[in-house]
Design a protein around this ligand. Structure first.
Ligand SMILES: Nc1ncnc2c1ncn2[C@@H]1O[C@H](COP(=O)(O)OP(=O)(O)OP(=O)(O)O)[C@@H](O)[C@H]1O
Length: 616
């Protein structure tokens, strides 16, 4: 009954349903001649010789590159690029429009599930890259300009499983992807302004000045994690050489600017957010990393993850090492379509925090988001844990599609429909980009094979919804705050001069402190010198007096010994002289016995031998 009253039901729009949301039929470009893609493309997935045909592309497809730059839609909505994976025999169901910006699909396979899917469809993109386009051009066109704009940007890869999302973002051992190139680019830009210690940090979405002990703690965390990282010196050097030969990045040294760079890495696995750079309880056991899910929160419109480890990095190499560490910890598994398939959505964030002498702190963040691949679970025989993972992946991707759709519809109709960000962790995390508060660049990857035709249509429908979004509000170029340590009160904004004066005072006080310190050090040095001299003089005087005393004492002792010796000598001398006298008398008596001397006395004398007396 109610059906009759309400009239015909309106078709509900969805990115995976059959209705074609691609370019409006009335305006879509009609190709005079459909170009066949992939005629000269050979399978290059297995090749590791680094033979990307970049230079060829640069000359052949240069027009594409320029068309991106001068596009007026750059400022009004997301940029959506299409990258086709190289395959040996590409399906004839895909072709390019004359201007190279529209992919035309038409099912060649009669088994296609429904009539709508078999119809010819046109999907417009900011740029389309065929399988011959290498990593260098992808970076130069899709990402490099966003990095130069120094705005918050989310760069996302979206596609079916095995279509090259991870390859595009991370690259492989030989060909660096978008992230290593982006890191090199960012560090080259700020080379002249990099600050060597972490004094500013983003905490719960706000920029905070760190005290010395907190700075020290952050440096210890950074050191601990870097010690856990795989040793990639040689690999980093090789990739760096490759990047240097591919691009010419320029350093922009600005006076009075200090730049601090932080990185964080999370994965969303089965709808739970995990920190890929957490410090494990035991350093030596990577397997013992506690997988504690984290919560997403919002503070004054800034989305952040509670308790997430953000690591201060001083060079692109450190950032890359942390990226590899997180990559090792993220969830991969072998599936029917990809032997090393990402089973989670991974978001690697680079926060650039700047502090200028005027007291302004600004933040610009680069989020690199590697989405897990959409998968057909019905036909591929996926079971068990892989099935659970695939369902969660598909559900969150569907929510992403719904959010994009709602964002697109509400902008066009100026309606206030609630965008269902809260329906998945992925959309909660990326809501700033989906609302147009940050730039969004999406690289859609497709494997142009017949067997993926219908899956690819879903991906292309999704991409065209994203492409059609128009953001009317101006982008927030940078999140900026003033150092709250100077001013907590809301009137602060109008008192810039006062802040400036305070800062000048601060600078002159610091100079005064430096001068006083210098004077103090100088004074201490002079005092030390004087004390040393006094001490030396005192000791020298003491030595001199001691020496004199010793000399006098020894002189006295010498004199006494001499006198004593003389005295002994005299007494001996006298004694012998007396004995000699006695002996002489005896001789006289013996010669003349009539003398008065008696015999007894002579006998006595004989019994009395000569003695030597020692006075001692
Ligand atoms: N443009 C390309 N050029 C050369 N090789 C490629 C390209 N795209 C993908 N590959 C190769 O294809 C394989 C699968 O790619 P990748 O792992 O990036 O797929 P994915 O889309 O991330 O898949 P999943 O969603 O399952 O993780 C890898 O071996 C990769 O090197």
């Amino acid at each position: 009954m109610s059906d009759l009253n309400e009239g015909p039901m309106r078709e509900k729009r969805s990115f995976i349903m059959a209705r074609d949301p691609s370019v409006d039929r009335r305006f879509r470009p009609r190709p005079h001649k459909q170009l066949r893609l992939f005629d000269d493309i050979h399978e290059s997935t297995e090749s590791t010789d680094g033979s990307d045909t970049e230079s060829e592309y640069a000359s052949n497809a240069g027009d594409d590159a320029t068309s991106v730059d001068d596009s007026s839609e750059v400022d009004t909505g997301p940029q959506v690029f299409l990258r086709l994976r190289p395959v040996s025999v590409a399906s004839t169901g895909y072709s390019l429009s004359d201007d190279g910006k529209c992919l035309i699909t038409s099912a060649k396979n009669e088994n296609s599930s429904n009539n709508v899917n078999r119809m010819e469809k046109h999907f417009g993109f900011t740029s389309i890259f065929d399988g011959s386009v290498g990593q260098r051009d992808i970076y130069d066109i899709c990402v490099g300009p966003r990095i130069l704009e120094e705005e918050c940007v989310t760069i996302m890869t979206y596609g079916t499983s095995g279509s090259g999302k991870t390859y595009t973002l991370l690259g492989d051992q030989v060909r660096a992807g978008v992230i290593p190139r982006g890191l090199e680019h960012i560090f080259t830009i700020y080379l002249g302004n990099l600050y060597s210690t972490p004094k500013l940090k983003l905490i719960n979405g706000c920029i905070v000045f760190l005290q010395d002990d907190a700075t020290l703690r952050e440096m210890q965390i950074s050191m601990k994690l870097l010690n856990l990282c795989p040793d990639i010196n040689a690999q980093h050097e090789r990739l760096r050489q490759e990047i240097k030969s591919d691009h010419t990045f320029e350093t922009k040294t600005e006076p009075d600017l200090s730049v601090m760079i932080w990185v964080s890495f999370v994965e969303i696995y089965n709808e739970l957010v995990y920190d890929l750079l957490s410090i494990p309880p035991r350093q030596d056991n990577l397997g013992a990393v506690q997988r504690k899910p984290l919560k997403i929160a919002c503070n004054k419109g800034q989305v952040f993850i509670k308790g997430l480890t953000t690591v201060f990095v001083k060079s692109s190499e450190e950032a890359l090492r942390l990226l590899r560490l997180g990559q090792q910890r993220s969830t991969y598994a072998s599936t029917s379509v990809n032997s090393n398939s990402s089973r989670s959505h991974c978001v690697f964030t680079v926060d650039v925090l700047k502090y200028s002498r005027s007291g302004m702190t600004t933040q610009c963040s680069y989020k690199f988001c590697d989405l897990a691949g959409s998968e057909r679970v019905n036909n591929t025989g996926t079971i068990g844990l892989r099935l659970k993972e695939a369902k969660n992946i598909n559900t969150s991707l569907m929510t992403l599609g719904r959010c994009l759709d709602a964002a697109s519809t509400s902008r066009k109709k100026s309606s206030t429909d609630v965008i269902p960000f809260r329906d998945s962790k992925l959309t909660m995390l990326l809501q700033a980009a989906l609302l147009g508060k940050e730039r969004l660049a999406m690289i859609v990857t497709v494997t142009p094979l017949e067997k993926y035709y219908e899956e690819n249509l879903n991906v292309l429908n999704f991409a065209s919804i994203a492409k059609n979004i128009v953001f009317k509000e101006p982008m927030i170029k940078q999140h900026s705050t003033r150092y709250s340590g100077f001013f907590d009160n809301p009137k602060a904004d109008g008192q810039y001069d006062y802040i400036k004066a305070l800062e000048e005072d601060n600078i002159s006080l610091r100079e005064e402190i430096d001068r006083l310190k210098f004077d103090h050090v100088l004074k201490m040095q002079l005092l030390e010198e004087r004390l040393r001299k006094e001490l030396t003089d005192t000791f020298q005087e003491m030595l001199r007096v001691n020496k004199k005393q010793w000399e006098e004492q020894s002189e006295k002792q010498k004199l006494m010994a001499e006198r004593e010796f003389e005295f002994k000598l005299d007494s001996q001398k006298r004694h012998y002289e007396e004995q000699i006298e006695d002996l002489k008398d005896e001789v006289d008596y013996l010669k003349n016995p009539a003398s008065e001397t008696s015999i007894e006395s002579i006998d006595e004398m004989e019994d009395d031998p000569i003695e030597i007396h020692d006075d001692e």
